[in-house]
Structures are given as structure tokens and as C-alpha cells.
Design a protein around this ligand. Structure first.
Ligand code: KDG
Ligand code: MG
Length: 412
């Protein structure tokens, strides 16, 4: 099974996606997700200029060796661009191995450890009434666990709060297919931590009163708090029994989590912008988090994220893999195969892709009763329709960013 063709395909059906497509001498095709939201073309260049030439002629069965070769031979290690590129190669190789052996990837990873994957969706609203509508809409769509993001009085727009237009377009499930803003510049939003810290607990109190104690509720603070502010938020949310509080502080300072941990028992999830096991070294060893948020796509693929999660399992830390719409259906499938097989699966984030995306990527996963399953097709179970992908060229798009009232750029 020798790789004799490697193509990098960029498509923008509902948003931008980067896919690596490998073809072997025996005619098998494997695909991997390399989408890095807002920096897509950097990964395209890395793959096309520096990785594709290394892949031609290699034995596609040698997954571990190819991973080590790409990671170590570059000299420059880690980083989101490098690790997304390696992830795409890794996913495509697992896809090929599954297809060549006629089994779904989760069987190659040790087989199923459960019957399905509990998934959470994104409810949001500017007001409590809008949030209630959004939670109800998610429950009607089958979601059993729900992330709640709220508008804050005095702030005009906040990332993660879907617009009314999006609510309509998504048939009642309030999330954006395109939270990245199309155009040459990122949109500017405003931020005020004191207003946020005062408001969020009142929203969770209302949601708990309305929906009862059973439903797992999650919240994402998007890296915006200092350690002591994060500690205070965790403490004030304790009565509402969150499943997790995500990205409470900027994640690159691992030590900060010690202070947060000393003050609150609200479970913590971190890692959607991490890309290697080294980013997790201290917070796993010191048990400063409860859930690993990395996506397969941004953490060097199935091969590397499995190692992170195996390390985490020694400390009873579970998976909570990143699954917004900027993870392509290929990256989502990889997450489902990995999540089904590991023992320490926690929860899977799942935002439905748009209809155009579903036409470009034909998928075999199932969504029943709030649970995902990757399906039984050999490989990852996703096929890329190249002709359909060609209809949607890349469009420049960026995530928004924040400024405080005095104009200071704030953490995102
Ligand atoms: O590309 C970044 C988004 O995917 C991210 O902001 C979404 O925070 C996010 C989440 O938890 O899904
Ligand atoms: Mg997040």
C-alpha cells in the first residue's frame, strides 16, 4: 500500500475546510482533516510544500513511523500549523489502514468500549427567554447535554451567541455554521469581565430552575479570566452542578490552574488550543483539569491524541474532544472512532454541520437519542466528493476578537 498521490483540497461549503487526500498504488483513498480556523492557508502551504513530497512512495501502513518521521525530521516541533498538518496525514493513514483491512478505525484502536458517545450542543441567547428556547430546541433535536452561553447586559455582541438569523437558518438549533466572520479583517467585539461574572450565575440559576437537576450543563469562558476571577466563577457556579467550566483562564499558563483548583470543585476542561502532550504535562500530572479538550485535528491526529488520553487516564481525567463546526466531518469521524474505543471517554462536543457541508463530505455516523456512533464502514467512514468540494472555493474568514471599554485588546 504505497502512497502515490497526495492532494490538499480546500473547500468552503458552509465554512472553510482543508482536507488531505492520499491515494495508494492499489487504488485506495484515505482522507484527513487539516482545518485550522482562520489560518487555513498556512496549513495548506505546510502540507503542499513540505509534507506532500515526503509522503510519495511511503508505505501507508507505517502510521507510527510516519508520525515520528514528520514530527522529528522537521526539527521545528509542535505548534498548531505543524500539528494540524501531521494530524491530517495521520487520519488519512488510519482511514487507509481501515479500508485495506475492511474494518472501521475504532476496531483497529481496540474495539468499542461503549455503545455510543454522549454529545453536547451549544445553546445560547442574549436573554434568559432566548436561552430557554435554545435549550428546548436542543432537547427536541435529541441533545441530552447542553452548553449554555449567554449575552451580558451592556455588551453588544459576544462570541458564541447565535444571531436570530442563524437560529432560523438552523431550524431551531441556535448555533452558527460560520462564527468566523467572512472578510479581510476579524470583527471586533466588546468585553467586561465584572459584568460577565455578575451575570453568568443568575443565568445558570434560571436554567437549572427551568430544566431541573438532571441535564448536564456546560459553559465556556473562552480564556477570558484571570486565575482569581476563574476561581470566583467556578465557586459561584457550584450550586448549579456544571458538567464542566471550559477554558476559564488562558491555557498556556498551566500553573494558573492550581489557584483555580484550590478554590472550586466545578470540573474544569482545557485544551482546544493545545497541540501536543507537552501542553498538558503539568495539568494532567497535578490533576488540575478533569477533561482534555483537544481535537484530533489540532493534536497530531489519532496517534498522538490517543497518547495524551492514555496519559490522562492514569489520573482519571477524561476526554471532551473539541467538535465545533470548524472541525470537518473527517475530524469529527476521527474523534468518534477514538472516543468509542478509549476507556476514559467523557463527552463529545457536536455541532451539526450545514447541508452543503454534508453534501461535500458523505458521512456514515449515526445520531440517536443524544448519542453519536461512527458507523461500521471500513476506515473513518467519510468520503469527500471532490466535484462537490470544487464548487466552493476558499473564502477569507476570521474569528472575532475583544477589546475592553478603554480599547485594550483582551484575551479571547
Ligand atoms: O475555532 C475556534 C472555535 O472552534 C472555538 O472558539 C469554539 O470554543 C469553542 C468551542 O468550545 O467549541
Ligand atoms: Mg471552547
Amino acid at each position: 500500500m504505497i502512497i502515490d498521490r497526495a492532494e490538499v483540497i480546500v473547500t468552503s461549503p458552509d465554512r472553510n475546510f482543508v482536507t488531505l487526500r492520499l491515494t495508494t498504488d492499489d487504488g485506495l483513498v484515505g482522507i484527513g482533516d487539516a482545518t485550522l480556523n482562520g489560518r487555513e492557508l498556512a496549513v495548506v502551504a505546510y502540507l503542499a510544500e513540505h509534507v506532500v513530497p515526503l509522503l510519495l512512495g511511503r508505505d501507508a501502513h507505517r502510521i507510527e513511523d510516519t508520525w515520528q518521521f514528520l514530527y522529528r525530521s522537521a526539527y521545528w516541533r509542535r505548534g498548531p500549523v505543524t500539528m494540524a498538518a501531521i494530524a491530517a496525514v495521520d487520519m488519512a493513514l488510519w482511514d487507509l489502514k481501515g479500508k485495506s483491512l475492511g474494518v472501521p478505525v475504532y476496531q483497529l484502536l481496540g474495539g468499542a468500549s461503549r455503545t455510543g458517545l454522549l454529545a453536547y450542543g451549544h445553546a445560547s441567547g442574549k436573554t434568559t427567554e432566548e436561552i430557554f428556547d435554545s435549550v428546548r430546541a436542543h432537547q427536541e433535536q435529541g441533545y441530552r447535554a447542553i452548553r449554555v452561553q449567554t449575552g451580558v447586559p451592556g455588551l453588544k455582541s459576544i462570541y458564541g451567541i447565535a444571531s436570530n438569523a442563524t437560529f432560523e437558518a438552523n431550524k431551531g438549533v441556535r448555533y452558527d455554521h460560520e462564527p468566523a466572520q467572512r472578510g479581510a479583517l476579524p470583527a471586533q467585539e466588546d468585553w467586561d469581565t465584572r459584568s460577565y461574572l455578575r451575570h453568568v450565575p443568575t443565568v445558570f440559576e434560571a436554567v437549572r430552575n427551568e430544566f431541573g437537576p438532571e441535564v448536564p450543563l456546560l459553559h465556556d469562558a473562552h480564556h477570558r479570566l484571570t486565575p482569581i476571577q476563574a476561581a470566583s466563577l467556578g465557586k459561584s457556579l457550584e450550586p448549579y452542578d456544571l458538567f464542566w467550566l471550559e477554558d476559564c483562564t488562558p491555557a498556556e499558563n498551566q500553573e494558573a490552574l492550581r489557584l483555580v483548583r484550590q478554590h472550586t470543585t466545578t470540573p474544569l476542561a482545557i485544551g482546544e488550543i493545545f497541540n501536543t502532550v507537552w501542553d498538558y504535562q503539568q495539568i494532567i500530572r497535578e490533576q488540575l483539569i478533569d477533561y482534555v479538550r483537544s481535537a484530533v485535528t489540532h493534536t497530531g491526529g489519532i496517534t498522538h491524541l490517543k497518547k495524551v488520553l492514555d496519559y490522562a487516564s492514569q489520573y482519571q481525567i477524561k476526554s471532551g474532544m473539541h467538535g465545533p463546526t470548524d472541525i470537518s466531518p473527517v475530524g469529527m469521524a476521527a474523534a468518534m472512532h477514538l472516543g468509542l474505543s478509549i476507556h476514559n471517554f467523557g463527552i463529545q462536543e457536536y455541532m451539526k454541520h450545514g447541508e452543503k457541508t454534508d453534501r461535500v463530505f458523505q458521512q456514515s455516523f449515526t445520531w440517536e437519542d443524544g448519542m453519536l456512533h461512527p458507523g461500521e464502514k471500513p476506515g473513518l467512514g467519510v468520503e469527500l466528493d471532490v466535484d462537490e468540494a470544487g464548487k466552493y472555493p476558499y473564502q477569507q474568514a476570521y474569528l472575532p476578537y475583544n477589546r475592553l471599554h478603554d480599547g485594550t485588546v483582551h484575551d479571547w
